[in-house]
Ligand binder design. Sequence first.
Ligand code: CNA
Length: 280
Amino acid sequence: LDESTPTQTLESRTLESVAKFINDGKSKRIVVMTGAGISTSAGIPDFRSPDTGLYANLARLDLPYAEAVFDISYFRNNPLPFYALAQELYPGKYRPTITHSFIRLLYQKGMLLKLFTQNIDCLEREAGVPGDMIVEAHGSFARQSCIECHTAYPDDLMHKAIHEKEVPHCLQKGCGGLVKPEIVFFGEQLPEEFFRNRTLPAMADLCIIMGTSLSVHPFAILPQYCEEGVPRLLINQEQVGTLGSRSDDVLLLGDCDSGVRKLAEACGWLEELEQLWEET
Ligand code: CNA
């Protein structure tokens, strides 16, 4: 696409046009899609950024390959590297970012249709987005269960195990299988709620994609469910997926927090957003 390619819906492929579209009341069903990049400023590393990403820093865990830490067959034989990492990622240590608060603001304004997140850090919930507005496509640390008999394991015991760096085992008589937070590992099915909701982006009148490399499938396909002519705004360090290929795609390349501040400012919501974030 170049400057001369006509738009279908927006006046132009700019952030200001997206803000005008929102302020004109044309956007009441926003679908937001997020990934690790919205939590990096909270102090949680993403996977794939060179140097700072988790995969670049896993050498100390002595893994055969970086992704093994989230591989279910590797975990069965050696759960220790995952639990070393889980201690760092476990909810409670991090504060939601202003980007998380921006999603809450969309919800408060009655504009959020659904948030699809790949993140497992629960920061969307902590920012005040209700659980039923969120599809945690890769699960989260919110629940845990036995990988053999799938019996749920109590939260307080999980909390204790994480902090004492122990690997928890199933409490069912005769089972004793390994317990794992219900985050989706390589080799595991995505939660049923992902499949139930995955075509929802087709109902959106605006889609905002933030902080994801869109390299994990089937999540990566979600933006393509948006109808042609529905504006798709990408706020990310880099261009990803097929974003930028449609007439109403807007790319805001840079960090998420300044991107959402710019969007909020253009909508006249900046003060409200900053206050909401302060109170979180
Ligand atoms: P990824 O593949 O690491 O990609 C992150 C993307 O965000 C990249 O395109 C970066 O350029 C971009 N990015 C990083 N920081 C910023 C920033 N401050 N502002 C704007 N853009 C930024 O992560 P994905 O989420 O796409 O990959 C999917 C994996 C990562 C999922 O399975 C997650 O469970 C997993 N993950 C989650 C967390 C978390 O819950 N916080 C942390 C690390 C990995």
